[in-house]
Design a protein around this ligand. Sequence first.
Ligand code: GLY
Length: 254
Amino acid sequence: MLVALTREVSPNIGQCELTYKQRETIDVDIARDQHNQYMECLAGLGCRIHCLPAEPLLPDSVFIEDTCIVLDELAIITRPGAESRRAETSSVAKALETYRNLVFIEAPGTIDGGDVIRIGKTLFVGLSSRSNRAGIEQLRNLLDAFGYKVKGVPIRDCLHLKSAACQVASDTLLINRARVDADHLGRMKLIDVDPSEPSGANALLVGGTVVYPHEFNGTRKRIEDSGIEVRVVDISELRKAEAGITCCSVLFDG
Ligand code: GLY
């Protein structure tokens, strides 16, 4: 069964890291309500939700994707690029040790899970402000024995690789080519974001269905026109903390 590991919204999400947005007041009740609807959507798509309690001292901790990479064979506990986020990993490691053997990214390496796209036995990792070459090298060494290839991918003008491209079907990527060169991501069919929606490339594939933010109607139509089913959720309050739709969960067979 597919497990969706999530974490409740911190009451202090308003003190989150920001890289491209101006700070706005975040209504924690609305953010929690949206997060609950997100989890209901994942449950409706067949996921068993494993939700960790909120971490009041860790404002960004709802963005659990950045703390780990879960593969069939093992889980990698990351070392997030933002120092304020590093303490998020200990409770995630504790939760994941019941599902997988764990390995760890160590200093000076940094990786945010939001920079990692796995397609088959290849992990593409964004060279971002959060994930560095030392982290990518460690990941490569950790996964070599399991037959995975790890490739660094330059990105521009965005936080994570998954702000630039995401898998939306087994053979298809949704992409904003202004943020990443498609050539770096293997041979996949491509759906370009609507040019008026540069932040529209972040999408969560659950089974054969794409979970997608409600506000990017032009890009959503492009995904649907490709024959892919889309479920829309509203994460507008979480987006004030630079949320993407992928970053609020980690999906794996459990
Ligand atoms: N606020 C999301 C992040 O910076 O990681």
